[in-house]
Design a protein around this ligand. Structure first.
Ligand SMILES: Cc1cc2nc3c(=O)[nH]c(=O)nc-3n(C[C@H](O)[C@H](O)[C@H](O)COP(=O)(O)OP(=O)(O)OC[C@H]3O[C@@H](n4cnc5c(N)ncnc54)[C@H](O)[C@@H]3O)c2cc1C
Length: 404
């Protein structure tokens, strides 16, 4: 039976899109966020790029493409303001032998022409409006969007109550009900809890084996020049440059395990030198125009897929490991506890589709993706693999089998 209420912890794109997907099904959602504002951590950059990274016809590429198409459809349905969403297209450059081989392989896939095309260097430069040094894969529907605006739009639903400045300190399960604590006070109770608080999910006192990793990223905000205002589409190599919004380009982004939140001048240099490697003239016009930056932390899993679905009790599982052919119903589920986490570098492409999958799972509907794709996202895969139960990990998908 469909639940009537749910609590969601964390109001980034994963939390806001999960709240929306449940609210659309008539479930009353309370969304708790520790900051005064929503989308204030990884989801808080001024611009986010919406695009898939494909390598062929593998399951990872199928998932990336499904997420991309889903996010584009959702945004069209939400009718974001023009200032908040711009389908300017993206050029993914063949900037070295490996990337050139990748984009040529992707362009040759059956059906690829429906959503991308391969351009030579001259065509790519013409599409970009600036001189580029490489051929490129062009995604005409790719876009940049303002993350806060998208999150706000997702939350403007009568079934969603947002409570900000609430730092959830722990979640306890008492019989069938979860008690949500802030400090020492129990502030909410619910039979359904969804963890969308990225790297903090493993610090809520629950017996989980999430194994997520915080990956620092610094974006450089660059004042537009006369030359850079000609840029028409997002350009992407191992970094990216967006067309300007409000006079600023987003030039991204660095990757490191450094926990520092301070802006690092070397990271700005590294973002600029990536630009120099594919658009020298643009680099010359922008190299002294960095106005600032923003540091935040991606939440990544070891295999880069999100952690989506109902969760198992790590301690109970390790204390009494199941047989390889165990029936899913006999596993130690934390009934009612779900995650939508670990969206890595492309949360705006993956989180909305994951939210829809999760809502389908909670409401016992058919999933909007295949079992093969869903099994990539099984949030218990790492603990099951660690216990030598790879086959069980693969067969579980997001835990739908339990309900069959
Ligand atoms: C520099 C950089 C550039 C990026 N560029 C892109 C891009 O162009 N396109 C793209 O798709 N992706 C991009 N990403 C990745 C994208 O930002 C993330 O995948 C996405 O924002 C993750 O969303 P989330 O909701 O899972 O996490 P978050 O946005 O981090 O949200 C988690 C929320 O949980 C809250 N929270 C945490 N703990 C608690 C608690 N105990 N109680 C209450 N609330 C809590 C936090 O305050 C936060 O609001 C980029 C990331 C970085 C770092």
């Amino acid at each position: 039976m469909q639940p009537k209420t749910a609590i969601i912890i964390g109001a980034g794109i994963a939390g806001c899109s999960s709240a929306y997907a449940l609210a659309q099904r008539g479930i009353k959602v309370t969304l708790l966020e520790r900051h005064e504002q929503i989308a204030d951590e990884a989801s808080g950059n001024p611009q986010a790029m919406l695009y898939p990274r494909l390598s062929g016809d593998d399951t990872a590429s199928q998932f990336a493409l499904a997420g991309y198409v889903y996010s584009l459809d959702l945004i069209a349905k939400l009718a974001l303001d023009q200032a908040d969403f711009h389908a300017c297209g993206m050029l993914q450059l063949g900037f070295n032998d490996r990337e050139l081989a990748r984009i040529e392989k992707v362009a040759a896939l059956a059906g690829a022409a429906d959503y991308l095309q391969l351009l030579d260097q001259a065509e790519a430069s013409q599409k970009a409006g600036i001189a580029l040094l490489h051929p490129a894969l062009h995604f005409p529907q790719a876009a940049w969007l303002k993350p806060k605006a998208l999150c706000q739009r997702l939350l403007s639903h009568e079934n969603i109550v947002l409570k900000t400045s609430i730092n959830v300190s722990k979640v306890l399960k008492s019989k069938d009900v979860f008690e949500i604590y802030s400090g020492d006070n129990c502030i909410e109770k619910s039979e359904i809890v969804i963890l969308t608080n990225a790297n903090q999910a493993q610090h809520l006192g629950l017996n989980l084996h999430l194994k997520t990793q915080a990956v620092r990223g610094q974006l450089s905000l660059v004042r537009a020049s006369a030359a850079s205002l000609r840029l028409q589409s997002i350009v992407c190599s191992d970094g990216y440059l967006s067309p300007a919004s409000d006079g600023l380009h987003s030039l991204g982004a660095s990757f490191s395990s450094d926990p520092s939140t301070a802006i690092d001048a070397l990271d700005h240099q590294s973002n600029l030198s990536k630009l120099n490697s594919y658009a020298e003239t643009l680099y010359d016009s922008l190299k002294h125009k960095v106005q600032g930056g923003r540091v935040s932390f991606r939440c990544s899993s070891a295999d880069y897929f999100p952690l989506l679905g109902e969760l198992l009790d790590h301690q109970a599982l390790s204390a009494r490991p199941p047989r390889p052919n165990a029936n899913a119903a006999t596993l130690p589920w934390v009934k009612g506890l779900y995650s939508n986490l670990a969206h890595g570098s492309r949360g705006f492409t993956s989180a909305p589709l994951c939210a829809e999958i999760l809502a389908s799972l909670i409401c016992q509907e058919d999933l909007p993706i295949s079992h093969a794709l869903a099994s990539l996202l099984n949030p218990n895969r790492f603990i099951l693999r660690q216990l030598g139960l790879k086959k069980l990990a693969r067969s579980l998908a997001t835990s739908t089998d339990r309900h069959e």
